[in-house]
Ligand binder design. Structure first.
Ligand code: KG4
Ligand code: ZN
Length: 352
């Protein structure tokens, strides 16, 4: 039997198997991560190797450095994930890998690694969309969650408000028309002299600040559920520069609090409209920015007031990890999605 037929027959056998364990790899940006996930919901192990210290020296992710660091780390995180799960490759039923969106070199590293492993072991390989991975983190943190539900995906590269109709089936309600929410956080943080990635640092700095100190524009793009953070970011950076040029000290905590509040208010407002308009009573958050404390607290307060269910992934499941990829892969496997030998990285892959 050739390897393609072997993958196909193994994939078919998985459809009726009671327990399916997937070994997943994530390498789309600056984290090399591997995990073993059972039936899409149970994390047997999760290993995350962050390159953030290296990129912080340059104030952002340097793609070439990221690719090389992934090459170094891939085998190691896979070995460690298997070890922590108390398994070997023989205990795994399928493999999964993020093939987009992300940095092309970073993605290619993971795709090549898992294609090689799939060829060598005969284990079928499931290609996963990184954004779908973020949405699926909620299947792990809320085990009883089933579609349909609404999901606000806010990460360093994406800001999407989607209706999850079914596993792997989405309707886009809105998205950012310019910068992503995480990107805005990082650029605002840089203006305050904070290191990369600035989102979490800005959030910490904001804790002692007065959110009403700096008036910032609240952009309202044409689409009812669309976001825009670029004008807000520019107004914020200009306000910082103006004080610096005058030689005045920046009220850093107040500025951080005002900027954070402006982003969070916009996200909360649009998400609430989506709940009210669609009549769906479950809203999930996903992506790195959903680790933001103010966003979690204010969205929870709105959910309590309006009487809808809010699902908040645990903090480690908000930022990049491979467990979410293993979860998404399980539901793709159930639909028979199998990577061809020609699987390539798709840097601008979309969710829909
Ligand atoms: O989902 P993620 O780990 O990677 C991408 O797919 O982009 O998101 C990373 C983004 C960064 O922009 C980071 O600054 C932001 O998420 N982030 C936060 C917080 N934690 C991570 N932004 C605001 N507050 C946080 N606590
Ligand atoms: Zn991500």
């Amino acid at each position: 039997m050739n390897v393609t037929d072997l993958w196909q027959s193994r994939m078919e056998a998985l459809q009726s198997k009671a327990s399916v364990r997937i070994l997943a790899l994530e390498s789309s940006c600056d984290e090399t991560a591997a995990a073993v996930v059972e039936n899409g919901r149970t994390v047997c192990s999760s290993v995350i190797f962050s390159q953030v210290d290296v990129h912080a020296l340059y104030g952002g992710v340097v793609p070439e450095i990221a690719s090389r660091a992934h090459v170094d780390a891939c085998d190691r995180v896979i070995d460690q994930a298997l070890k922590e799960a108390g398994m070997t490759l023989r205990d795994v039923d399928a493999l999964a890998v993020t093939y987009g969106p992300g940095l092309v070199g970073a993605l290619l590293t993971g795709v090549s690694c898992m294609k090689g492993l799939s060829y060598a072991t005969g284990l079928p390989l499931i290609p996963v969309n990184h954004i779908e991975g973020h949405v699926s983190a909620n299947y792990i943190s809320t085990p009883e969650l089933v579609p349909p539900f609404l999901c606000l995906v806010v990460s360093g590269g994406h800001s999407h408000l989607v209706r999850v109709e079914d596993y792997g089936r989405y309707t886009l309600l809105g998205q950012t028309v310019d910068d992503a929410a995480g990107e805005a956080f990082d650029k605002g943080a840089r203006a305050l002299g904070l290191a990369y990635p600035g989102g979490p640092l800005l959030s910490r700095l904001a804790e002692g600040g007065d959110a009403s100190a700096l008036k910032l524009p609240r952009p309202n793009p044409e689409g009812r559920y669309d976001f825009s953070f670029s004008g807000l970011k520019t107004a914020f950076i200009n306000a910082c520069h103006k004080l610096e040029q005058r030689g005045e000290a920046l009220p850093r905590a107040d500025f951080a609090a005002s900027f954070q509040q402006a982003i969070v208010s916009s996200l909360c407002e649009k998400a609430l409209w989506a709940v009210q308009d669609t009549g769906l009573h479950t809203l999930c958050l996903a992506g790195g920015v959903s680790a933001n404390r103010l966003l979690r607290e204010q969205m929870q307060a709105i959910a309590d007031r309006e009487g809808f269910r809010l699902c908040l992934p645990e903090l480690w499941l908000c930022t990049d990890n491979a467990a979410m990829i293993g979860s998404a892969a399980y539901y793709r496997m159930r639909q028979g999605t199998l990577a061809p030998l020609t699987l390539n990285a798709v840097p601008s892959l979309t969710l829909l």
